[in-house]
Design a binder for this molecule. Structure first.
Ligand code: MG
Length: 387
């Protein structure tokens, strides 16, 4: 196992003479159960601490400046082919998750820098064409151990991003790597996740439950009245109607989605704050080994399950999307075979990696890094059969 190392944060820097050090700021704002920057378990490759940015703040910035993060703008959240570009991309989803997680984290007095780093990295490993793309790559790489976007996020930040002269990857802190590892396999780290990690997971589901509802209606996959079969949606619509005597259908949908976010966020804050007050944890470690979990109360948790079941049956498996996805999956399979047969088609920077990880894994990883549009372009350029 790799040793991580951390160095204490410099507190006497001239740059901080009129400000607060990271540690002073965190001591004044965070609760004892938050993960403090000065307690970070450090990075695989030891680095000097930055004079005025804490370790989690630097992780957030490294992720934000990575190529894989920028490519999220070219990946649809729910892959719909040519159905329009109003709806969410992986990038806007990620920004919404970060925003919601920070909102909750601030109230609960958790470490917002760590929360933001975890939120920005959480979907960085998604391949093109949404879950359809993931399923196809998983099948292609079956004999190689399969493919999962959560695992691929770690491959990106530990191996594929090359931005620094002295190491591969982003050399993120152990907290951020373990948080992502926990998404891959809940038992992988041998430890319960930190509260910040738990929170980002909950914020992810809060976000997609709301925006997938919004996008599904906007795309015409379901109507608002269809969605009102789901109790939580019906309740949100009723709240909005009571609040505004007359409202256009368009604004009603927007106000309903806002209500759906508010309702979840408020419930998560209330349920979690009550639990935290009762437990009175003295440290992040004490919180993580307990059975306390950040999340919605039991009523909202059940309502979210109903909504997710509805979205699964009526949106993600909508007949209009199934045909588009099948086509995208066939394209990916053909490209995978094509790259395996002609590894010279990999860009020069991946030739060396192909030797190290094998041609099949490299083909899967290269495809997984592509945006929806770049994938189509490469397909047309190298693999489409001329008619
Ligand atoms: Mg997500």
């Amino acid at each position: 196992m790799t040793e991580f190392s951390s160095r204490p944060i410099e507190t006497g820097s001239a740059l901080l003479r009129f400000g607060m050090t990271v540690d002073e700021r965190e001591r004044s704002l965070l609760a004892p159960y938050a993960r403090f920057s000065c307690d970070s378990l450090g990075r695989k490759i030891a680095e000097e601490e930055h004079p005025y940015r804490g370790p989690f703040q630097r992780d957030r910035d490294r992720i934000l400046h990575s190529a894989a993060f920028r490519r999220l703008s070219g990946k649809m959240q729910v892959f719909t082919g040519e159905m329009g570009d109003y709806h969410r991309t992986r990038l806007t989803h990620t920004q919404e998750v970060a925003s919601i997680a920070r909102t909750i984290g601030r109230v609960l007095r958790l470490n917002e820098d760590l929360i933001e780093a975890l939120a920005l990295v959480h979907d960085i490993g998604h391949p093109p064409y949404g879950h359809a793309g993931e399923d196809a790559l998983n099948e292609c790489l079956h004999d190689e151990g399969g493919f999962s976007h959560n695992q691929f996020a770690l491959t990106i930040v530990e191996d594929m991003e090359i931005r620094y002269a002295n190491f591969r990857g982003l050399n993120l802190t152990r907290e951020v790597l373990d948080g992502q590892l926990n998404r891959t396999d809940k038992s992988a780290t041998n430890q319960q996740p930190l509260l910040e990690v738990q929170l980002v997971d909950v914020a992810d589901s809060t976000t997609y439950d709301a925006h997938d509802t919004d996008d599904a209606i906007k795309l015409g996959l379901v109507s608002l009245s269809d969605m009102q079969q789901v109790p939580i949606i019906d309740e949100c619509v009723e709240v909005v109607r009571r609040r505004y005597a007359s409202i256009s259908d368009d604004l009603l949908i927007r106000a309903m989605v806002k209500e759906l976010i508010d309702r979840q966020v408020t419930d998560i804050i209330e349920s979690s704050a009550a639990g935290l007050a009762e437990r009175d944890f003295a440290s992040a470690e004490e919180a993580r080994v307990s059975d306390f979990r950040i999340g919605p109360g039991p009523i909202l948790a059940e309502q979210k399950r109903e909504l997710e079941r509805f979205l699964y049956d009526n949106v993600y498996r909508h007949p209009d999307l199934i045909a588009v996805r099948k086509q995208a999956q066939q394209r990916l399979r053909k490209m995978f075979e094509g790259y395996v047969a002609q590894p010279e088609l990999f860009p020069a920077k991946y030739q060396e990696r192909a030797k190290r990880v094998g041609v099949k894994r490299m083909a899967g990883d290269y495809l997984a890094g592509m945006t929806d549009r770049f994938c189509e372009e490469m397909y047309r350029r190298h693999f489409a059969t001329p008619v």
